[in-house]
Write a protein that binds this ligand. Sequence first.
Ligand SMILES: NC(=O)c1ccc[n+]([C@@H]2O[C@H](COP(=O)([O-])OP(=O)(O)OC[C@H]3O[C@@H](n4cnc5c(N)ncnc54)[C@H](OP(=O)(O)O)[C@@H]3O)[C@@H](O)[C@H]2O)c1
Length: 425
Amino acid sequence: MNQDKCMPPTDTQQGTLKPGLLLAPRLEGTARPPLKVLVLGGSGFLGQRLLHALADCPGVEALGASRRASVGPIRTAGVAGKAESRASTRWRELDSCDLPSVRAALTGMDAVVNCVAGSATAIAEGARVLVQAALQAGRPRIVHLSSQAVYGAAEGWVRANAVPDPDPGLGWYGRAKCQAEAQLRRYAGEGGQSMILRPGCIHGPGSQLWVGRIGRWLQAGRLGDLGAAGDGWSNLVHVDDVVSALMAALWRPLVPGEQPVWNLAAPDSPRWNQYFVDLALALDATPVRRLGRQLRLDAWLAGPPLKLAEIALQKIASRTASDLHLTGRLPEAIPPGLLRLWRQELRLDSRAATQLGLRFMPYEASLTASAQWFAAQAQQQQNQERQHDQEKVHTLLEAARAAPRFRADAPPSGTGPAPEKAGYP
Ligand SMILES: NC(=O)c1ccc[n+]([C@@H]2O[C@H](COP(=O)([O-])OP(=O)(O)OC[C@H]3O[C@@H](n4cnc5c(N)ncnc54)[C@H](OP(=O)(O)O)[C@@H]3O)[C@@H](O)[C@H]2O)c1
């Protein structure tokens, strides 16, 4: 990302900003100390993309963190129209539920962006620990990634200014996100600066959830036009728009006691059926199937055993879930919760996000970027498998050549001593 893309939105510019630009404030001169930003969940989809954007911004010192010992150079797919670009960043291994580690990582930081996901504990307990650590470590600004899941089964247009009712029907994820938000409110109540972003479904390059697996289900004919079951709103938002919003939030002036909350969904994001058909066409996954009962059977009957098989295979083969699915070793379970999401008529009202200088990437452009990433990823996977097969054949041939019965100087059978055993029975 060049320096121009790190320029801040100004009030007068807001109508003219190019969509999808990664925004950071104008840094006047070099006299200012760098802004020190900790990114929790830095090894994830969004965390990596954010670290990449921060690494390219002058005047920022970013530190990524997660349970991994390292992530090497930060790799993000499709940044600035390139297939893949890299940036180096500082890294720290920590568990977000471990107070001393989080406090140590926060010491000296101006701000922290919380991109942790994965389990209810990591989200809810992680947020409690983060707030505790922040209160003890000089009260850095917290920019917290929440989710539309806090709205539960709500339908119609939803604005971000209300505190969501804890809905008893919320799944584990929505509940954990609500509990995490409550911690953030406690932080604001104790004088800490914080803001909350509630994205819809984040797609674009690198999105395994909303591009990778959806694309694979479309190609396998397990997903298509769902009729009424797919008439809910997708609330899609491009990953770079979320990164832009996070970066703008890092520098946005706050009045004491204020805790802004923003919804993030592109206003032109379509209904799910439309997205499935458009993505299928973009991936040549045609003819697009019309599905109804079959999808319910797939999710409710095949889903649980597939999930169990995935967990077992992960343990045996030490592979990640996405490795297993990408190599086609295991069909991916369709979680029944998605069936509810795909028919939910919830629409995130994201107009307030203009306060962050955000102009959302148009749907068509984000769809194209998603499809290109999917195709590149499939190609890369194919190349890796081909190389793996070639290596296997090579190893087998080597083993066969080393076996005595293939030795050119071995006497014909029956005319000499019996050949030695060659390592296989
Ligand atoms: N993706 C979406 O469509 C979407 C939509 C709405 C909201 N969000 C929210 O946006 C944020 C980022 O999502 P994402 O898609 O980037 O998630 P992701 O790819 O699953 O990344 C999750 C990150 O959390 C880290 N993590 C999990 N447990 C941890 C622990 N105990 N201690 C430290 N780190 C831990 C993981 O790293 P390690 O495994 O290396 O520890 C990883 O870096 C999350 O808060 C998510 O809820 C995402």
